[in-house]
Design a protein around this ligand. Structure first.
Ligand code: ADP
Ligand code: ZN
Length: 764
């Protein structure tokens, strides 16, 4: 009889798939089952990915030690998915598997769960209670009657009414300490059992949205929603893989559409997976699903504690929930039979994981749909170039929602040319006169405003007017950003700090130049802190808050600010792209965009796409209620097509123009791209190593692609390491992967300092 062999992945990033023999004494584990394997001198728990085949008879294979599951622990389509991720992103099975596992990974230990002790009264306990409470005469004490303290008697009384028992913490809340319970147990009057409790992230969740917290009556779909539903429902019913792109303007009611589809799929006994970009920034979608499906929903996102995530993962795996709402890693949720997979705001860059495995949650979602035979719905007001191109090419079904709910008008968008404004006002003007005027009108009317600037801090750099020296990060090749911590006076810089936005290096701001000692340090550029200060200076009575990564470090603070804004305790919200996302604040009638062109200066071929998306999304925050909204866009480049077309909210015109640019420059989605960054102790070493990899890729074959570079990476130094990069560009991803894999395998030392990014979303 030939050996039974299995391929096993262990959650160790650097390891490939391992082959083991199943000894005669053990059953054959199915794909997805956990097994204990020997690994060097250690034992590890891994997951079976499939049957193995003996490659080299000279290699002595080792035996599995134990088979932990007789059925899949990780569902088969997720097993397939991790194998795909490992291969497609050149990530390795160990890293891909880690992404798909809950915290505490494969451990089957119960103590990974939170447990609670539950007390139940015994028959003897009831008897004793009876006698203790009954009429008795002095001196009539029973010999075998245990003496009960007041606490103990009270515990028995409470327990007598609760045959299922009462958790110990609840008893202690009511004045019964655990010592009393233990004594009662010793007397045989109560029993204590250990129960697992699922940590529920909703218990202390306070949502910004008032609309979402209470269950809403089911309302009639609008004509457009109805038509979209009619197009999508048969695709869901078909139980085969299909992808649809829902292009719906902001406020067109996409969420309601997802909810209806989810209801239908659930009613058919299948699961629903909903991916959202960042739950803290877009709490509405998760809350609406929670309101509609109650305890059948599990929520997964990085803001949860390990324990909460662990419990949610196991609830899903046990089949206790059939709707999962989560951020990108939820794409691996162990949901059985997903019939519908929704990717909301599919264009959002937070779907891209920037650590190994560098996967894009949206693309992995489409693959999961393929393996599970489900309908995948991608939704956005500003679809990614990739998805819209797929729809145009007929690979995805395109469903369009052109109008806002109740035919509310889109915000009217006005462009303020800052070149003119600077000429007529002052060169360092931050809030233009039209914007100040518009803000004043909103404040008078008791309406709310949102002001966006996608750059943190007070000033972008500090330099010496005499010698030109700029304060730079010693670890990264960037200038330090100035933070004033609320003290904006130029004469009082004691509170000022200069911070690196990449490595968090922090220093005080010197009054004299560290290089030439001249007392002429000046700051240039501005960020959200400066905008906040200027709004306060113009409108001292206004209630202003700022939302950016500096203000939301503390868990829950973002939710607090958004809740205050929703309650109308705030008049103006200043912030970065964090405030541009899916919030629905009906009283916001003005959106101001400062420096709409911030992103256009970046050396990234997606700069125009990002600018268009951000402007369209933020303009979509205005006028979602009864009152029409207005957006004011300040820019130095009013003629740039990404700004012009965002102002007219013309997605299709933007797509056509951008497609022409990508074709001409040979950029995705027209072709595929891979970015390879090599780190080194010195810049020379990084460049040399990158050069060696390039040669090895070339030697392995460049059929169907070209190599660009090596060259210094845009951030040549980051966190103390020097960086060089090169690109592969072409039509054959498979051929790029194959050559790159060969090159990395031939230079393992360099490979350890190399980051491979397939389909990169950021060029920086
Ligand atoms: P989108 O996600 O497309 O930007 P939303 O799903 O946030 O749009 O919907 C916009 C608003 O319209 C929300 O306040 C939502 O509650 C409301 N809405 C959605 N569908 C309907 C409907 N059929 N009837 C009435 N209001 C609706
Ligand atoms: Zn730094």
């Amino acid at each position: 009889m030939s050996d039974r062999l299995v391929l096993v992945a262990v959650p160790v990033a650097a390891l490939g798939l391992l082959t083991y023999r199943v000894p005669a004494a053990l059953p054959s584990p199915p794909a997805g089952a956990r097994v204990v394997v020997p690994l060097g001198p250690r034992r590890m728990t891994g997951v079976v990915l499939g049957e193995g085949s003996a490659l080299d008879p000279a290699i002595e294979l080792r035996d599995l030690i134990q088979v932990l599951d007789d059925e899949a622990f990780v569902p088969p389509d997720v097993v397939q998915l991790t194998a795909w991720v490992a291969d497609y992103y050149l990530a390795g099975p160990g890293a891909a598997l880690s992404a798909a596992l809950p915290p505490h990974g494969l451990s089957a230990r119960v103590d990974a769960f939170k447990t609670v002790r539950v007390a139940t009264v015994t028959a003897q306990g009831l008897d004793v209670l009876d006698r203790a409470m009954g009429p008795r005469c002095v001196g009539d004490e029973d010999r075998d009657m245990p003496r009960l303290g007041a606490r103990q008697r009270e515990a028995l009384q409470l327990l007598a009414g609760r045959p299922d028992g009462i958790p110990a913490p609840d008893l202690s809340d009511r004045g019964v300490p655990s010592s009393a319970l233990l004594r009662l147990r010793t007397l045989g009057l109560v029993t204590l059992r250990t129960e697992r409790v699922d940590r529920d992230p909703f218990v202390d969740e306070r949502h910004a949205s008032s609309a979402a917290s209470e269950a809403q009556p089911v309302r009639a779909l609008t004509g457009e929603q109805e038509a979209a539903f009619e197009a999508l429902a048969p695709l869901a019913d078909a139980r085969t893989f299909h992808t649809a792109l829902v292009h719906g303007v902001t406020g067109s009611g996409k969420t309601e559409l997802y909810l209806r589809l989810a209801e239908r799929v659930r009613a058919q006994g299948r699961g629903v997976l909903v991916l959202v970009p960042e739950i803290a920034l877009t709490p509405q979608v998760a809350a609406l699903f929670r309101a509609r499906f109650g305890s059948h929903v599990a929520i997964q996102h990085s803001g949860l504690s390990d324990g909460e995530r662990h419990d949610q993962w196991h609830r899903i795996r046990r089949g206790e929930v059939d709707v999962v709402v989560g951020t990108r890693s939820a794409v691996f949720a162990p949901l059985a039979r997903p019939g519908l997979i929704v990717v909301d705001e599919e264009h959002d860059t937070s779907y891209k994981q920037e650590d190994t495995p560098r996967y894009n949650g949206r693309d992995v979602a489409v693959m999961r749909g393929k393996f599970a035979g489900s309908l995948v719905v991608l939704g956005s007001a500003t679809p990614s170039m990739e998805s819209y191109a797929n729809a145009r090419a007929g690979r995805y079904t395109l469903v369009t929602l052109e109008r806002r709910i109740l035919d509310r008008p889109m915000a009217s968008v006005r462009v303020v040319n800052m070149r003119e404004e600077m000429a007529e006002s002052t060169p360092d003007v931050v809030l233009s006169r039209p914007l100040v005027e518009a803000l004043g009108l909103r404040l008078q009317a008791g309406e709310q405003s949102v002001i966006l600037l996608n750059r943190r801090g007070f000033a972008t750099a500090m330099f010496c007017r005499q010698c030109g020296h700029t304060l730079e990060c010693p670890n990264c090749s960037v200038s330090l950003t100035v933070h004033t911590r609320g003290r904006h006076s130029h004469d009082d810089r004691r509170g000022w700090r200069a911070r690196c936005h990449y490595c968090n290096y922090l220093r005080g701001v010197p009054t004299a130049c560290p290089q030439c000692a001249a007392p002429y340090m000046e700051h240039v550029g501005f960020g959200t802190e400066r905008v906040e200060a200027d709004v306060r200076a113009h409108f001292p009575a206004a209630r202003v808050a700022r939302v950016d990564r500096d203000t939301v470090r503390r868990r829950g603070s973002l939710v607090d600010v958004l809740a205050r804004f929703a309650r109308r305790d705030l008049d103006v919200l200043v912030g970065t792209q964090m405030i541009a996302k899916g919030h629905d604040f009906p009283n916001v009638t003005l959106v101001g965009v400062i420096s709409a062109d911030v992103g256009l200066g970046l050396a990234d071929f997606r700069a125009a796409e990002r600018t268009f998306q951000l402007l369209t999304q933020v303009a979509g925050r205005a006028g979602r209620g009864e009152i029409a909204g207005e957006a004011l866009v300040q820019t130095l480049f009013p003629a740039h097509y990404s700004i012009r077309l965002a102002c007219t909210q013309d997605y299709r015109a933007f797509f056509d123009k951008e497609t022409a640019f990508r074709h001409a420059m040979r950029y995705p989605p027209h072709i595929a791209m891979v970015n390879i960054v090599v780190r080194g102790r010195s810049f020379e070493q990084a460049m040399d190593d990158a050069g060696e990899l390039v040669e090895r890729v070339r030697a392995a074959g460049t059929k169907g692609f070209v190599i660009l570079g090596p060259a210094p990476a845009p951030l040549t130094k980051l966190r103390g390491e020097h960086r060089a990069q090169f690109f592969l560009k072409g039509t054959s991803r498979a051929s790029m992967r194959e050559s790159l894999r060969a090159a990395l395998a031939a230079a393992p030392a360099i490979a350890r300092r190399t980051a491979v990014d397939i389909d990169p979303v950021s060029m920086l």
